[in-house]
Write a protein that binds this ligand. Structure first.
Ligand code: CA
Length: 241
């Protein structure tokens, strides 16, 4: 166990696929992430004063990330890194002028974001957490009940056994594991996982859930961690390891 306390990151991002990968990357690098979908929610959270840095998407549904930062600056000097879909210098200038510390253009590498966060925090004199994981020599393993996620190796173990998953099965299981107990609708899963497969349908999700269940059952016949919620979607319940 490290003696340094975990660094708390406030993340405002409305695209769940991006948020999920950021949460995984930062968690595996030793950060604690609090995720908000709206700028207003992020501001409310920021008032608690418990965060070390905020990662703000510029295009949030209720207000722009820039506006969040302007409001934030009225009561806090919390370091800010913007996530922007536009790479223009204008964004950069506006972003840095209103008191941001850095920005990243989508699509970006979540590990690169983690590295940038460390740079900003180090510059401001915060103690970096899990410093050695930057080198990437040790794959980060996240244990979730009976599941073990090797985030960098993109592998998942279940009840001690490595699962042989297709890419889509892996992405599906990873997404369900990102919020254990949370219900993901078919549309949500489609948008996040099959966004690059235009000919996929609702049936695609169901088919992959089915094959994933079969593979999990092959490892632990008694357990059925993926739950179907009629008319709503799917969730994953964590069993003890
Ligand atoms: Ca957005």
């Amino acid at each position: 166990m490290s003696t340094t306390r975990m660094l708390n990151i406030l993340l405002a991002e409305d695209e769940s696929a991006i948020a999920d990968t950021v949460i995984y990357a930062l968690s595996s690098e030793g950060f604690q992430v609090h995720h908000c979908l709206l700028g207003s929610a992020a501001l409310q959270q920021a008032r608690s004063g418990q965060f070390d840095l905020a990662v703000l998407d510029v295009g949030l549904p209720d207000m722009s990330g820039f506006d969040v930062c302007r409001e934030l600056r009225k009561f806090s000097s919390l370091p800010v890194i913007f996530l922007t879909a536009r790479g223009g210098e204008i964004d950069r200038l506006i972003g840095l002028e209103i008191g941001a510390d850095d920005y990243m253009v989508k699509p970006f590498s979540p590990r690169e974001l983690a590295a940038r966060i460390r740079v900003v925090l180090r510059r401001l004199g915060h103690a970096p957490a899990a410093e050695n994981s930057i080198a990437g020599s040790t794959p980060a393993i996240v244990a979730l009940g009976a599941f073990e996620m090797d985030v960098l190796g993109m592998r998942i173990r279940y009840a001690g056994q490595a699962l042989q998953l297709t890419r889509y099965e892996y992405l599906l299981l990873k997404m369900l594991l990102s919020r254990p107990g949370g219900i993901f609708s078919r549309n949500q899963l489609m948008d996040s996982i099959w966004h690059d497969a235009p000919d996929s349908t609702d049936r695609t999700v169901d088919t992959h859930v089915k094959t994933l269940r079969i593979k999990l059952k092959a490892v632990a016949p008694g357990a059925d961690p993926i739950h179907t919620h009629r008319g709503l979607g799917y969730s994953l319940e964590l069993a003890p390891p």
